[in-house]
Design a binder for this molecule. Structure first.
Ligand SMILES: [Zn+2]
Ligand SMILES: [Zn+2]
Length: 233
């Protein structure tokens, strides 16, 4: 993990400017240290598959009963204030200056994961990419440490259907909306893929993407998520 430690040190050394949240001097990418320490945690005891709270940190009942296409998830933060505002600022207001803060938070969260063969930003549908002008998952993923960013394969997975926006659908319809929405462009037999995304809510999008990667031969799929929505009971 020496390379990540070096990168973190270099990022700190290269930090310029003000904290996105309080305007104090930023001593971390995009954030000051106190604001960074206050970001909402995702919790200590989590299901290793879906990253939702699980009493003893064991695989939860839902993941045991209906194993998703992905093998595990690592989430940097809960999708709550002010992480939600940072994510929305990047995604909906095009504030690309937020991406380094989110990339840095994600890098810290995933540093214990095995280095994957492929880092894959969650693809957007072509129409949405045209509307937005950028893929926020790619903007975050390209700011991961160089040894991970070097494994970026943004074109590997294609979003074949322009599915209705997941955010506009009731939770129970999101899985069906995503079925068959992705196709992998080549065989990736035996590989470990990490899918980077800004937000995970039901996991339906990640499940569909991971299923397509498994069909193309992926051995392991991790979800690397900046902000996990902690669904209420
Ligand atoms: Zn601050
Ligand atoms: Zn679970």
């Amino acid at each position: 993990m020496g390379s990540i430690a070096n990168w973190l040190a270099a990022m700190r050394g290269g930090v310029r400017g003000r904290c996105l949240l309080c305007r104090a001097r930023a001593d971390l990418p995009g954030l000051c240290r106190p604001c960074s320490a206050d970001l909402p945690p995702v919790g200590a005891r989590l299901c290793p598959v879906c990253a939702l709270p699980s009493p003893d940190g064991a695989v939860c009942g839902d993941c045991r009963a209906h194993p998703p296409g992905f093998d595990r998830c690592l989430a940097a933060h809960a999708y709550a204030f002010p992480v939600d505002r940072l994510v929305q600022g990047l995604k909906y207001r095009g504030l690309l200056s937020i991406a380094p803060a989110l990339g840095h938070r994600l890098a810290i969260a995933v540093r214990a994961d095995r280095v994957p063969d492929i880092v894959l930003p969650m693809p957007l549908a072509a129409t949405r990419l045209r509307e937005r002008g950028f893929n926020q998952a790619l903007e975050i993923a390209r700011l991961l440490p160089p040894h991970l960013a070097a494994r970026l394969r943004p074109g590997l997975l294609e979003r074949t259907r322009d599915t209705q926006s997941q955010a506009e659908l009731p939770l129970d319809q999101r899985a069906r909306n995503m079925q068959g929405a992705f196709v992998c462009r080549e065989r990736i037999d035996g590989s470990h893929v990490a899918i980077v995304d800004d937000v995970m809510t039901t996991g339906a999008t990640l499940d569909a993407a991971a299923t397509a990667l498994k069909q193309a031969g992926a051995a392991t799929v991790s979800g690397w998520i900046v902000a996990r929505t902690l669904l209420g009971p």
